[in-house]
Unconditional design. Sequence first.
Length: 151
Amino acid sequence: MSEIPPPTIPPSTPPPPGGSYTPPPPPPGGSYNPPPPPPPTGGGPGANSDRTLMLVLSYLGILALIPLITKKDDPEVQWHAKNGLALFVGQIVIYIALSLVARFMPFGGIATCISCLLPLVFLVIWILCIMKALKGERYRIPVITDMAEKM
């Protein structure tokens, strides 16, 4: 009987000229570690989250003063903070006017109903403004934004 040598398995890629051989990457399911994610771009760690926080604070009533005072170098945050502060002032003026009408006018019941629905209206406006701000857009509220731009 003649002995047949066992077959040899050639490498999947031919070795480069020069004789050195690098093995192929390990098969799926092995101990392969993917490359680390790229470092975040921007003004350092936490810069984007800080800006996001300031944009959200811009439309939370009196808290709009925080981005207005702390982020003087960012014109976009300043615009949203002024718009949010003007929205807050407008809300207070509307509440005072409606409470005076409800107390002293004969059709005060209508003003009271309107003042009950007003928080929902302002909540929708705040959410809309925050969503637009986080997308990098501006939402113009007709009288409020004009008042904010005069500040």
